[in-house]
Each structure stands twice: as structure tokens, then as C-alpha cells.
Design a protein around this ligand. Sequence first.
Ligand code: SAM
Length: 296
Amino acid sequence: MTAPAGAGWITEAVNEEAGFRTSLKVTRAVREVHGEQTLVVFDNPSFGRVLTLDGAIQVTTGDEFVYHEMMSHVALFAHGAVRDVLVLGGGDGGVAREVLRHPVSRITLVEIDRAVVDLMVSEMPSISRGAFDDPRLDLVIDDGARFVREAEAEFDAIIVDSPDPMGAGAALFTSAFYADCRRLLRPGGVMVCQSGMPFLTGGWFGGHAETLRGVFEDVAFFLSTVPSYTGGPMAHAFLSTDPSLKSVSEATLEKRAEGLGLATRYWTPAVHRAAFALPPYIADLVAPPAPLTPEG
Ligand code: SAM
């Protein structure tokens, strides 16, 4: 996986089945950590500093704002009065950074691998930008699935910033996990999850939607374009016990954003609304199966 300084390319092979690879030029190999997970940090001309986890691109300093703004602001501005937030995964600190820009009282961030937090704070500090030092943030090193199974505390928002559903990340995509999250969500609460690249994972994506529908009556998706997550738009699941949250008006979002005076590079009230407009090829993938008729 690693390439010598200034000479090689790193190839991400998470979409082998789809016959799809992404290669990034390494201008400088910064650090490698071989612990519970293999973490590699390197520099690239287009994406800046890049973290891979077990061979999969996780975050880059060049385009992280897209994903972190959409995973955070869509949930918090749709709800409008979030106080207690649970972040599962997210050890790079980018989601926490964006959430802490809101007047939240508490964030509990449950990351399974301490090495990710330490590596990110030392080699890519612009991602967390001091979020781990904020007194409102409780960092818990634990498996997110075990944490939600045993937790009692309630949350207004839950954000699942997981890797793809492989390795330790697979536990954050099961119906038992979603049911535990729902139990911790206050009435009218909101949950957002990374749901992968529909164009490359069509079959899995449809099954994922079915799993979510087994736990939440109202399942919606919104899209974002993260250049380093190759393969088309990324999907994010939007779940709430209040079905009106997914269609909060642009005017209401405008008012809430003005109140906070947030400078953003991707999220805006208009982008928020537009992100829920799914093109038919994606809407068809997540459409509930047609009810069986007597004719079958
Ligand atoms: N945005 C990235 C993506 O879409 O692939 C994810 C970034 S974030 C770095 C993912 C984090 O989830 C990693 O730090 C990883 O260690 C953590 N993680 C994986 N499985 C986990 C689990 N079961 N519980 C808690 N954290 C987990």
C-alpha cells in the first residue's frame, strides 16, 4: 500500500468488485500506524494531506469540508434546537468541529481506535481544529455498536461518521445498531449516516435502505459530492421520528443560519434543500418494494 517519498502512487482498492480503483500520487509519505487498523498519511498535489484506513481513503484536507459540513449542518439546521449530540466514528474530528459551531451543550464522540485521533491531531490538525480540546466534547474510545447497546443517555442528534461497512465499521450498519440508536434518540430527534456511493454499490444501497426502514418509519437520503470519494455522489441517510424535518423550508434554514452567522464552503440552505432531490436512478434504488397484490 505504501509508496516511497515522491516516487509512487497509492491505489485504493475498496471497489474491486465494481472493477474500479482510485490511485493518488504520493508527493510525501508522512506517517504509517500499524495497530488495530492500518493508518497511512501522505501528501498529494490535488487533495493535500490524505488519511487512508485499511487501504480506503477516509479524509483529505482538500475536500473534507464537503462531507463534514453536510453530515453536521443538514442534521442540526433541520432540527433547529439540538443540544446533545452523539457522533459515532469520526475520529478525525471534522464532524465534531462543525457541530461545535452550533450552540450545542454536549458532544459524545465514540471512536474505536485511539490511534486515529492521535494521528489526526498530530498530522492533520486542520481537520479537528481544536475540537478535541473543547470542554463540550467527551471522547470515548469504544466500539460504537457496543456503546449504543449499553448507553442510557438521550440525544437530539446522532451522526454516524463511519468508514465503509467492512472491518470494525460493519457493526455500524446493522439493524440492531440502528434500533439501539433509535432508542437513544429523543422524540423529534434526527440521525444522519454516511451511506456510501450508490452508483458503485447499488445492490448494497437498496438493502441498506431496507434495513433502515426496518427501524425508522421515515427514511430519506440526501447527496453530496466529495471529490476524493470517487464513484459519483455520496449518499447520506436522514432519519427522524419527525417526518417534517427532512423538508424544512429554505426560508427557515436561512433564518437559522443567519442566527448563527456560519461561514461555510459547501452547505447553504439552498444546497441543503437540493441535496434531498434524488435523481431517478438513485431514488429507484431506495424505493420501498411494491406491496404484493393478490395477482402477485
Ligand atoms: N468519512 C469517512 C468515510 O466516509 O469513510 C469516515 C471517516 S472517520 C475517520 C471513520 C472512523 O470510524 C475511523 O476513525 C474508524 O476508526 C472509526 N470506526 C470504525 N468502526 C468503528 C466502530 N465500530 N465504532 C466506532 N468507531 C469506528
